[in-house]
Ligand binder design. Structure first.
Ligand code: M6R
Length: 613
């Protein structure tokens, strides 16, 4: 996820670009850049770090131009560096591109363009677009340079695969910006004397609330006095203008009251993005390693907080699909315990930020012990990636809220994918089984989107429960870590006391803390352990608990006989069900905290990444 901004109008574009980029920083913040057309030439400034760094750099060289593009980056291809920052240019430096998303076939295109003599200066997929347009221009003649440029862009679009949105300028056509949308967001703002382009409305909302949300495969040409919209076949179409009624603050969060809620709702798209990476990168990396993979005898999973809960579920996946012995450690514990030396051992560290000090410490220890090291991480170029032999990126976009939501489900997908790929490589599962598991995995975003519909029910449930001083979450097998995660989510943002237990364990002690009215939330999809969960519900209810079942359609009736409330979500196979079961718990934490008036995105005493021990 990155942020794009464009301005074309009578004034110097630079202040508008910087202002817009600051509003888009939530989409990515590892580097930023801008370019303007000044006296027929492209002037470009780029800087590593936040937009403030770019502002400082731009202040020094003072570019001026009434047509400009800006970008704030969240690295996907190539580490965060000035060379990899957008905007990118073609060989001549006359064509300049900013881009959000992934060009899946960029390696093939790059190779082809290099053979034709194009020189690339970055590791990004984006630069391919600039060279492709440059190449097309060589073979197109038209009445005007504007027409020529537009058809060069349209020919490029026909060759690009993936999910992307990009904007491009050419120094020879300084009175227009062309932008294209395909599966990544792009919106046009129509001002009185200037027009804007951005990944999201807040970037220009101060200047106009008249917007055009581009549809997939549409191309728009922006001029200072108007816009022209084209469909995939280059037919001119009538733009459908919408008036936005959000205020600036709401708009930054995509209309949601908090980033946490936005990120819960981001999950179907985030999972699509992770799955795209699974298809492209995981297969490639693991294919090149299949010899080594077959030798792996033990796996240590290390992580903290929410990522640790993902690791706990990862153990079930890896032992089931790959048949390898797996141990799971809190990274802060792994670092200081005696870990038996062993051969052919792999340590997998899981971290959203890739900067968690405890997780980095665990990886250093794994290195000392001679273990191979892989990472599952969301931030390209983070410190963790330098300590690993291989990194599998979740690519779920920046997570702003302290409470981790979409990173968790993306980590689960990554672990599931690794487990079935490893299982196949080691011969633990047959090709036909692999295909079946893989196919079902690809259906997850849709089921998750369906699950999000429970929000209203959870909202009213939270009205009944939010004043309780203790909450209990129960699950078994892969849903036991979901119970732990539900409790963590609730305590970190509501400050209430919440605990997760393995349902079979409550009779060994925890049941004594249940009394009249204690909310007990039970994860009980209709699976092989359903009957055991029914017994756990009865045990809690007998002590006066207010029991809520999170179950699937088949379990509804039986659950209704032993619980006070049933929340019904879609059914998937047992190992994919946790990715859906967590959704009601994320909503529950959110709504309890909201009713208690907590600072949801920045709860007290916590930080997004814990970079100290
Ligand atoms: O960036 P990481 O995934 O390494 O962070 C690990 C934990 O600090 C993190 O998951 C924390 O527990 C979250 N705030 C939970 O929502």
């Amino acid at each position: 996820m990155c942020g794009i901004i464009g301005y074309i109008g009578p004034k110097n574009s630079v202040p508008f670009l910087i202002e817009g980029l600051k509003k888009l920083e939530y989409r990515g913040y590892d580097s930023a850049g801008l370019a303007v057309i000044e006296k027929g030439k492209v002037r470009r400034v780029r800087a590593v770090g936040k937009v403030a760094e770019l502002e400082r750099a731009a202040g020094q060289i003072n570019p001026k131009g009434s047509c400009g593009l800006g970008h704030t980056r969240w690295a996907t291809h190539g580490k965060p560096s000035e060379e990899n920052s957008h905007p990118h240019t073609d060989c001549s430096g006359e064509i300049v591109v900013v881009h959000n998303g992934i060009i899946e076939n960029f390696l093939k295109l790059k190779e082809h363009l290099q053979k034709l003599g194009h020189t690339f200066r970055s590791e990004t997929d984006t630069e391919t677009i600039a060279h492709l347009i440059e190449e097309n221009l060589k073979h197109i003649s038209a009445k005007t340079e504007e027409e020529r440029f537009l058809s060069a862009v349209s020919r490029a679009n026909a060759k690009l695969h993936g999910a992307f949105a990009y904007a491009v300028m050419w120094s020879k056509t300084p009175k227009q910006i062309i932008a294209v949308k395909h599966q990544s967001p792009l919106v046009v703002g129509l001002g009185k004397e200037a027009n804007f382009l951005a990944s999201d409305v807040p970037a220009f909302l101060k200047y106009t609330n008249r917007v055009l949300f581009l549809e997939d495969k549409q191309t728009v040409v922006l001029r200072s006095d108007g816009i022209e919209l084209f469909d995939e076949k280059n037919h001119s179409i009538k733009p459908k203008i919408t008036k936005i009624s959000w205020d600036q603050k709401t708009a930054e969060k995509g209309g949601y009251a908090h980033f946490m809620l936005k990120e819960i709702y981001d999950q179907p798209q985030a999972l699509e993005d992770t799955l795209r990476t699974v298809r492209n990168d995981f297969f490639r990396i693991l294919k090149s390693k299949s010899e080594d993979l077959r030798k792996i005898k033990n796996i240590h999973l290390v992580a903290c907080g929410t990522a640790y809960h993902a690791a706990l579920i990862g153990k079930y996946y890896l032992e089931n699909f790959a048949g390898v012995m797996v141990s799971v450690d809190l990274a802060s514990e792994f670092k200081y315990r005696t870990v038996a030396p062993s051969k052919n051992t792999l340590c997998i560290a899981i971290s959203q930020s890739g900067e968690t000090a405890d997780t980095l410490g665990a990886l250093k220890k794994a290195k000392e012990l001679g273990f191979k090291r892989w990472g599952i991480c969301n931030v390209v170029g983070a410190s963790l990636t330098r300590l690993c032999d291989h990194v599998f990126y979740t690519h779920c976009g920046p997570e702003i809220s302290v409470a981790s939501t979409k990173a968790f489900t993306s980590q689960l997908i990554s672990l599931y994918a690794l487990a079935i790929l490893l299982g196949q490589a080691c011969g633990h599962i047959h090709q036909s089984q692999f295909k079946k598991y893989y196919k079902e995995l690809m259906t997850l975003p849709k089921a998750l989107a369906e699950t999000l519909k429970v929000e209203n029910e959870i909202k009213s449930l939270s009205r009944k429960a939010y004043l309780a001083n203790r909450f209990i979450f129960l699950g078994r097998n892969v849903n036991f870590p979901i119970a732990l995660e539900g409790a963590l989510k609730l305590k970190e943002i509501s400050y209430a006391s919440a605990e997760g237990f393995a349902a079979g364990e409550i009779k060994h002690g925890p049941i004594s803390i249940i009394d009249k009215g204690t909310p007990v939330i039970v994860l009980m999809p209709a699976d092989s352990l359903f009957d055991k969960m029914l017994s756990a519900c009865q045990e809690c209810r007998a002590r006066g608990a207010f029991v809520v079942a999170i179950t699937t359609p088949e379990g509804k009736e039986a659950a209704a006989s032993v619980t006070d409330k049933q929340i019904i979500i879609p059914q998937m196979s047992a190992f994919l069900q946790p990715m859906l079961n967590i959704i009601p718990l994320q909503f529950f934490a959110y709504w309890v905290a909201k009713r208690l008036g907590r600072d949801i995105d920045q709860p007290r005493n916590l930080a997004k990444s814990v970079t100290v021990e």
